[in-house]
Design a protein around this ligand. Structure first.
Ligand code: ZN
Length: 138
């Protein structure tokens, strides 16, 4: 088929293919840039059921939650997740809950939350309505 085209048409075809590839590659990078990155996801930290602080996945700074009796929880972030780095609670269960990410909240016991019962601290990874509706009822 190519052999039947004139030389000029073959060159045009090659240029067209190159342009299509370039546009495709550009669209790929732009769509990745524009997609809501996990790193922009909001995290809410509650103490005694009250909003204490908000953060975002990927942020550098820890959030330190302090109670009136010396309780302290340190919430730390990774690019895709959040975890309890340290806590003064006696059972350390909040630390055992490990990292909460957009990839694992469906299979975690506390779903999109990390809970420290003794210090009454809850860390919530904020989900879209769609994601929240997808969580199976227990
Ligand atoms: Zn705890």
């Amino acid at each position: 088929m190519l052999a039947r085209l004139s030389k000029a048409n073959r060159i045009t075809l090659i240029i067209l293919a190159a342009v299509v590839l370039a546009v495709g590659a550009a669209a790929f990078f732009v769509s990745h840039e524009a997609a809501p990155a996990a790193a922009t996801r909001e995290v809410r930290v509650y103490r005694n059921g009250q909003l204490y602080a908000t953060g975002r996945l990927g942020q550098k700074d820890d959030i330190v939650v302090r109670g009136e009796n010396g309780e302290e929880n340190v919430v730390s972030f990774t690019e895709n997740g959040v975890f309890m780095k340290s806590a003064t609670c006696h059972n350390q269960l909040c630390i055992d809950q490990g990292q909460l990410t957009l990839g694992n909240y469906m299979s975690r016991f506390y779903r999109n939350e990390i809970i420290c019962l003794p210090n009454r601290v809850t860390v919530e990874l904020v989900l879209t309505d769609e994601e929240a509706a997808d969580i199976p009822d227990v």
